[in-house]
Design a protein around this ligand. Structure first.
Ligand code: PHE
Ligand code: NA
Length: 453
């Protein structure tokens, strides 16, 4: 590789990586996807499996990915190839990097549509378009917003452009700094909404729905969904964390960083659930309403609470920012691979990627209007992008990472990179060798109905 000789860019300052990784992790996955999936899969049992997957799969995989990135100093493809080669592993392992890079890009293709929803609701809040609406109106407003490809396409195009401008100019660091005010801001907003929910009547039901772990209520399909979501929400197996890890300075602690990111991400998701479900239950809405859930429920709360318009505007600003700090991380792998290997500038790489992104994301956007009928096995294009990445590519990618780390790489390599105490290292190794792979395989086998467990 031509760039081996040059020192790779590194994060500025002690908090650079933590901010960027938190910015990548905390996003629509927490506020949009987690609540609607929890609603769809029936609540508590889904939440429990999701939490277990964060601990048993998410944390070990994130540590592995950061270590691989920092050791290999490159895009997922190059980094994995180098690190595997160093231990005499086959170059075939770099396929894992290809899959991750593709996965991040595929996620982005539908993510910009959802981020577009967030921007369009920010606009609706600002322009008063949501005031005085009933439960039914909210569903109708969400529907109408989707109906026109021009309208929806405008917003997803805006997000695509914003992402590519940021990535192309290489000003991510500036955007990621926004995480240092946006994250606390998001937490405060969610706390305000939780407090509102606590007085609005649906709080008890919400608590029960989220935390009553009634075993057996979760389908095998739901378990696979919960596992996939654990990977999605932590930005794993999609190139984002691994590539960010490749800019991490030697002396940073991978274990502590991972814990910080995982805890922040999980807290935001749980708080989002606590903010949204009281509104759902107090208004007699259906928890399983699908991807529009937060857009149909939150505005109801904003119009009923004191200073609601102000809070609503602030909330959607933060959600949109959170979406951008995630979306920029999804193309970083591709852009870094293009600049490292194809000798093109960051700018050209970003715009080239952006054009392809715009075309595919437009097709995903059409799933909500003219392309709603373009389905395969009952799923439209947007649904397929989500399904393939979350249910298959990320868990399989995660499995590949832990097998590589647990069985192929020399133990000194990871001991050096992770720098854990001997006891913690042994625990980490036990996780990546046995617990994580078994967990992933068991959930897959169960979901495929290969064996009756
Ligand atoms: N973790 C992000 C979220 O929860 C989504 C994401 C997935 C970001 C994969 C990067 C890579 O919104
Ligand atoms: Na997340």
């Amino acid at each position: 590789m031509t760039n081996d000789a040059q020192p790779r860019t590194q994060w500025l300052g002690r908090w650079g990586f933590v901010l960027a990784a938190t910015g990548s992790a905390v996003g629509l996955g927490n506020v949009w996807k987690f609540p609607y999936m929890t609603g769809e899969y029936g609540g508590g049992a889904f939440v429990l499996v999701y939490l277990a997957c964060i601990l048993a799969l998410g944390v070990p995989v994130m540590m592995t990915e950061i270590a691989l990135g920092r050791r290999g100093r490159g895009s997922p493809i190059d980094a994995i190839r180098r690190v595997a080669a160093e231990s005499g592993g086959a170059s075939l392992w770099s396929l894992l990097g290809w899959m991750a890079m593709l996965c991040g890009f595929m996620i982005l293709c539908f993510y910009v549509v959802v981020a577009g929803w967030s921007f369009s609701y920010l606009w609706k809040m600002l322009s008063g378009g949501l005031a005085g609406s009933s439960v039914d109106d909210m569903a109708a407003i969400f529907g109408a917003n989707n109906e026109s490809p021009l309208n929806l396409g405008f917003w997803s195009t805006l997000v695509t452009l914003a992402t590519m401008v940021i990535v192309g100019k290489g000003v991510q660091a500036g955007i990621e700094k926004s995480v240092s005010w946006m994250m606390p801001g998001m937490v405060v907003m969610l706390l305000i909404m939780i407090a509102y929910g606590a007085f609005s009547g649906g709080f008890g039901d919400a608590l029960h729905f989220l935390f009553a772990f009634n075993a057996g209520s979760l389908s095998s399909e739901g378990m696979l969904a919960a596992m996939g979501h654990a990977f999605f929400t932590l930005s794993l197996a999609s190139g984002a964390i691994l590539t960010y890890g490749s800019y991490l300075p030697r002396n940073a602690s991978i274990g502590r960083t991972t814990l910080t990111v995982a805890v922040a991400d999980t807290l935001v998701a749980l708080m989002a659930g606590l903010a949204i479900f009281p509104v759902i239950f107090a208004n007699g809405m259906e928890p399983g309403s699908g991807p529009g859930l937060i857009f149909m429920s939150l505005p109801l709360a904003f119009q009923a609470m004191p200073l609601g318009t102000l809070f609503g505007v602030l909330f959607f600003i933060m959600l949109s920012m959170a979406a951008l700090t995630s979306s920029i991380s999804m193309v970083e792998a591709t852009v870094s691979w293009l600049t490292d290997n194809k000798g093109i500038s960051r700018r050209a790489a970003a715009w080239g990627t952006g054009i392809v992104l715009w075309i595919i994301s437009t097709l995903a956007m059409l799933s909500f209007n003219v392309g709603a009928e373009w389905t395969l096995a009952g799923k439209h294009f947007f649904g397929w992008l989500d399904y393939l990445t979350s249910r298959w590519m990320m868990p399989l990618g995660g499995l590949g990472m832990v097998l590589l780390a647990g069985f192929v790489l020399k133990s000194e390599t990871l001991r050096e990179e992770l720098g854990l105490s001997p006891a913690m290292h042994a625990l980490w190794l036990f996780m990546v060798r046995y617990v994580s792979p078994l967990g992933i395989v068991v959930i897959f086998v169960d979901a495929l109905g290969i064996a009756t467990l």
